[in-house]
Design a protein around this ligand. Structure first.
Ligand code: PLP
Length: 243
């Protein structure tokens, strides 16, 4: 996609986010935009960065690592010091954690206790703290995320106990069902918000305020229901070419 197109799409999406923020009566600019660049080349990331986009999301660690190494090199060569921020948003195998925490500032797809243990271990080795979102399963047709509150609460209990000093639990992430009716999508976002509120009263010492919810097709509904971060790919970079 042409760089002017990416800039135009970004502009467009930001305007729509601002409108949704107004409708939801939240402060303009309070919802963060994570530009999902999976399956798009380093050049697309460069174009979005040039258009002012700073935060990116990628699903696969190997792809993200190669792409952002290239992006960071090109930007450094241009003398740019403030390099883009990368979040891993796709389900993560334990053997990819070492590489993931080396390149990302946040893992949004934490779906089991074992993964938190692995993240803690590698971040401790690097002397690095990392933010995490816990992915929660709110819709039948999604495969990923914690399946029940008890498992999530067990993990949060250990976070609150100080067992993972290099892991900062900032919030929850979900994917709404891929349907055209609005009701089930809205319901999935409400479920996530209610869960965040109950975590907030149960574990008041944990940050756990963020709600990462909303993609190209449903981000306006997500913002109306309290999203603090939307993850948008297609509406910025165009259709993905899966091969
Ligand atoms: C691909 C992906 C997105 C972006 O989806 P679009 O519909 O292209 O905006 C958001 N979140 C996750 C977890 C994804 O895998």
């Amino acid at each position: 996609m042409a760089s002017s197109m990416i800039a135009e799409n970004l502009d467009n999406i930001k305007n729509q986010i601002h409108q949704a923020e107004q409708k939801a009566s939240v402060k303009t600019g309070s919802v963060r935009l994570c530009a999902v660049s999976k399956f798009h080349p380093a050049q697309a990331v460069m174009d979005a960065f040039d258009a002012g986009q700073f935060l990116f999301g990628e699903n696969r660690v190997q792809e993200a690592s190669e792409k952002f190494l290239q992006v960071n090199q090109e930007l450094s060569d241009k003398g740019i010091k403030n390099l883009p921020e990368l979040h891993i948003i796709g389900s993560l195998q334990s053997n990819k954690v070492k590489k993931a925490v080396a390149i990302a500032s946040c893992i949004q797809s934490v779906d089991r206790m074992g993964l938190v243990e692995e993240i803690e271990k590698h971040c401790a080795n690097l002397g690095k703290q990392i933010s995490v979102f816990f992915e929660y399963h709110t819709a039948e047709d999604s495969k990923s995320g914690y399946e029940n509150e008890d498992d999530l609460f067990k993990t949060l209990e250990r976070c609150a106990n100080g067992d993972f000093p290099h892991v900062i639990p900032v919030g929850l992430m979900t994917m709404a069902p891929f349907v055209t009716e609005e009701a089930p999508i809205r319901k999935s976002f409400i479920t996530l918000r209610n869960l965040r509120d109950s975590i907030h009263s149960r574990f008041p010492s944990l940050p756990m305020r963020e709600l990462s919810m909303g993609m190209s097709g449903d981000f306006k509904i997500a913002i109306e229901e309290g999203s603090t971060m939307v993850r948008i790919g297609t509406a910025i970079f165009g259709e993905r070419n899966y091969q």
